[in-house]
Design a protein around this ligand. Structure first.
Ligand code: PMV
Ligand code: MG
Length: 360
C-alpha cells in the first residue's frame, strides 16, 4: 500500500492580486492534511472517502435556477489528477494498472464543513503524489507542483495555484503565478513530459525563513465561502473598474514585496504593518467590486485581534472562512482567544508545517 499526505494552507497576504503574474502572495502550509492511500487491485478500482461522498452534492437556488458548481466537488480534482499523471506515465513507457484510492481529510470539521484550508488543492497534490509513487515516476517537488497545478487549473480554471505551491513545498512561501495563456497554449500540442521540463513564464516560488518571534493565530468565522465564486465576481469588476483594479494590483505588489523584505531582514514591525496595509487594500477591492470580502464576522475578528496588538486581516478570498493574525511577544494570545470565543470566533490550533529535507 502507498500512503501519502499533503497539507492544507492559508493565505497570509497578497490575495486576488496574486491571480496576475508578477504579483506575489505570502502563503503558509499548515499541519492538517489530506491523506491518500493506494492499493493495487484487479479489474475494478474505487475511490472512497469518509468526508467526500459522491452523494454529498450541494446546490443553491438562484431564482428559478438550481445552481451547483463542479469546482467545489473534490471528485473532479481527484479524477483529473489521475488522468494527468497516467498520461505522463504512458509517455514514460509505463503500463497503466487498476487501484483503489482511499482519501481521508482533516480539512473539514466533524460535520463536513470546510474551514477554507484549501482542500481541493491538497487533495489534488496528494493524489498526484500517490500516483507518481505508484507508477514510479522520478519527479521532484517542482514537477509535482506543475502536474497538480495543471490538474487543478483544468477543473477550477480561475485560481492562482498558490495553494498547490504551499501544499507541495510546505512552510512559508512567496508565490507568483505563471502565465495562464501560455499554459493553455502549450497544453494543446505538447507532451506532459515537455511541459514539465519547461520553465513556466512568471512562476516564482521562494521558501522563506520567518523570525521565531512572529507567531500566527487563526480565527474561524464558522461560515464557509466559495473561493471560485468570489474570484468570478472580482474578475467581472476587473473589466468594469480597470483603473481602480490596476491601482490595487500595484499597491498590493509593493506591499507584499515590502513584507518579504521585512521577513528576510527579521523586521517584525514591517511585516505587521504590511498585514494592516494589505487588509485595507483588499477591503478597498471589495468596496469597488461590490463583493463582501471582509464580512462583519471577519471585521470583528480583526478588530478584536488589533485591540490586543496583533496585525489582522481576512485570509484568502474572504466572504467567511478564516482570518489571520500575526503576533509578537507584546500580544497576550490567551486573552485575545477568549475575547474571540465570546464573539463566536473559534481559534484553529494549527501550526505552520515544514517539510523535511529530501521528502517529496
Ligand atoms: O479562499 P482561499 O484560501 O482559497 O484563497 C483564495 C486566494 C485568491 O487569491 C483570492 C484566489 C487564488 O487562487 O489565489
Ligand atoms: Mg476561502
Amino acid at each position: 500500500m502507498i500512503t501519502v499526505k499533503a497539507p492544507g494552507k492559508l493565505y497570509i497576504a497578497g490575495e486576488y492580486a496574486v491571480l496576475e503574474p508578477g504579483h506575489p502572495a505570502l502563503i503558509v502550509a499548515l499541519d492538517r492534511f489530506i491523506t491518500v492511500s493506494l492499493v493495487e487491485t484487479q479489474e475494478q478500482g474505487s475511490i472512497n472517502s469518509r468526508q467526500y461522498l459522491e452523494t454529498d452534492f450541494h446546490w443553491r437556488r438562484n431564482g428559478d435556477r438550481m445552481v451547483f458548481d463542479n469546482r467545489d466537488n473534490p471528485y473532479h480534482y481527484i479524477l483529473e489528477a489521475i488522468r494527468i499523471v497516467e498520461a505522463l506515465a504512458l509517455e514514460m513507457g509505463r503500463s497503466l494498472r487498476v487501484f483503489d484510492l482511499n482519501i481521508n481529510s482533516q480539512l473539514e470539521d466533524q460535520g463536513g464543513r470546510k474551514y477554507g484550508l484549501g482542500s481541493s488543492a491538497a487533495v489534488t497534490v496528494a493524489t498526484v503524489k500517490a500516483l507518481c509513487e505508484f507508477y514510479q515516476l522520478p519527479l521532484n517537488r517542482l514537477d509535482i507542483f506543475k502536474l497538480a497545478a495543471i490538474a487543478h487549473f483544468n477543473v477550477q480554471g480561475n485560481g492562482s495555484l498558490g495553494d498547490i505551491a504551499a501544499s507541495v513545498f510546505g512552510g512559508w512561501i512567496a508565490f507568483s503565478t505563471f502565465d495562464k495563456d501560455w499554459l493553455r497554449t502549450v497544453l494543446k500540442n505538447n507532451s506532459f513530459a515537455q511541459i514539465i521540463a519547461s520553465d513556466w513564464p512568471g512562476l516564482k516560488i521562494e521558501l522563506l525563513k520567518v523570525p521565531h518571534e512572529l507567531e500566527l493565530l487563526i480565527g474561524w468565522t464558522g461560515s464557509p465561502a466559495s473561493t471560485s465564486h468570489l474570484v468570478d465576481r472580482i474578475t467581472i469588476a476587473k473589466f468594469a473598474e480597470k483603473q481602480q483594479y490596476q491601482d490595487f494590483l500595484n499597491a498590493s505588489r509593493h506591499c507584499v514585496e515590502a513584507m518579504i523584505k521585512g521577513i528576510k531582514e527579521a523586521k517584525l514591525s514591517v511585516v505587521k504593518d504590511g498585514i494592516r496595509l494589505n487588509r485595507q487594500l483588499i477591503k478597498g477591492l471589495g468596496v469597488f467590486s461590490n463583493v463582501a470580502i471582509e464580512t462583519p464576522a471577519l471585521a470583528e475578528l480583526c478588530q478584536i485581534a488589533e485591540d490586543h496588538g496583533g496585525a489582522a486581516k481576512s485570509s484568502g478570498a474572504g466572504g467567511g472562512d478564516c482570518g489571520i493574525v500575526l503576533t509578537d511577544q507584546t500580544v497576550d494570545q490567551a486573552r485575545l482567544i477568549s475575547d474571540w470565543n465570546r464573539h463566536q470566533i473559534t481559534t484553529l490550533p494549527l501550526t505552520v508545517f515544514e517539510l523535511t529535507g529530501a521528502s517529496v
